[in-house]
Design a protein around this ligand. Structure first.
Ligand SMILES: C[S@@+](CC[C@H](N)C(=O)[O-])C[C@H]1O[C@@H](n2cnc3c(N)ncnc32)[C@H](O)[C@@H]1O
Length: 330
């Protein structure tokens, strides 16, 4: 199985993403005879074998259900074992666009960290491109290498344990783009310049602190990079959920006191403020009032689909600094 080549049918040994609900995602290796145990019941792995990705499975007690999804870099970002801080899809998508990554691109990255960004880069540049990623922490390097292999991506990625600030990248100038997520990125800029191909390329550095950004921008300019710009990406996602609300009644104002349209025949119109006040308190062409008040009771409440911003959104603030290195003049 591979994170970069999609297939239809679930087979033994596949790494799958089990979706139990919003923010309830798990990584499972499908193994004959095993079960996946969740709060809502037990799911035998054998049930998944031979079924299509995306299928809904019920627990043995029929009380719970889950969907089994094909892994993608986006789902991996939400489920991976954290060895470090990681990049999330909002930043990743912007980096992918601004570095102009596409199939065939050659990318150099450091540090690899938990491999969140690396997975996304490999999926984008595959099958003809390549990612060279560098991580100086031995255990993180070994763990990422194993993941790339078991996720079927190892043909498109090379990982090396190396301190890129001290020793550089040890590569010829082959890169279309360089991505840095390092605590001291300014120390790697000169090395980054030397791996960008002579025809020029792009660089991006992610930093959570503005002081790092400042040092990076100064170094980028010193090294001949141009179009230096820093952005912060923020995204806001919304939950769709059903909520119980009092029934809403509307009427259109035609300038007089006549009710032009009622939402329900038995609707009882209440004006804001004093019940005895007959004055027209309309402020817009369409008035909306609550029918389900203390008098009418909760029985008039209905279920509605509503959207609310998520209270928790995975991500951490950071700055993305982009720059261009133009082709070398002859
Ligand atoms: C924040 S993590 C990178 C996370 C990664 N972008 C992701 O999305 O999973 C930073 C990594 O850089 C590594 N690192 C720090 N300094 C380094 C250096 N000089 N050379 C190579 N790796 C370095 C750290 O060990 C750490 O794993």
């Amino acid at each position: 199985m591979s994170f970069i080549k999609y297939k239809r049918i679930i087979e033994e040994g596949d790494i799958v993403i089990v979706f139990l609900g919003h923010q309830r995602l798990h990584v499972v290796t499908v193994t004959r005879g095993r079960v996946f145990q969740a709060k809502f019941g037990i799911f035998p792995h054998d049930d998944m074998l031979g079924k299509e990705y995306g299928t809904k499975f019920f627990s043995t007690n029929r009380k719970g259900w889950m969907h089994v999804l094909h892994p993608t870099p986006e789902l991996w970002t939400l489920t991976l074992p954290h060895r470090t801080q990681i990049l999330y899809s909002t930043d990743i998508s912007h980096v992918t666009l601004m570095l102009d990554l596409k199939p065939g691109s050659i990318v150099v990255e450091s540090g690899t960290g938990s491999g969140s960004m690396s997975h996304a880069i490999v999926r984008t540049v595959a099958p003809s491109g390549h990612l060279y990623t560098f991580e100086f922490h031995q255990l993180r390097c070994v763990a990422a290498r194993e993941e790339f292999k078991s996720h079927g991506m190892d043909e498109c990625v090379t990982i090396e344990c190396r301190d890129v600030c001290k020793d550089g990248f040890g590569l010829e100038p082959i890169a279309d783009a360089v991505f840095l997520d390092l605590p001291r990125p300014h120390e790697a800029i000169e090395h980054a310049r030397s791996v960008i191909r002579p025809s020029g390329g792009r660089l991006c550095s992610f930093s959570p602190c503005i002081e790092q950004v400042q040092a990076t921008c100064e170094e980028l300019r010193r090294c001949g990079f141009v179009e230096v710009e820093t952005v912060e990406c923020l995204s806001r996602s919304f939950d769709i959920r059903s909520v119980r609300l009092p029934t809403l009644c509307t009427r259109e104002s035609n300038g007089s006191d006549d009710v032009v349209n009622e939402c329900e025949p038995h609707a009882k119109w209440k004006k804001p403020g004093n019940d005895d006040d007959d004055g027209d308190t309309c402020v817009s062409d369409l008035e909306v009032e609550l029918k389900c008040d203390e008098e009418s009771g909760a029985s008039d409440c209905s279920k509605f689909l509503a959207v609310t911003p998520n209270r928790e959104m995975p991500g951490h603030t950071g700055y993305l600094t982009f720059a261009t290195l133009h082709a070398k003049r002859k």
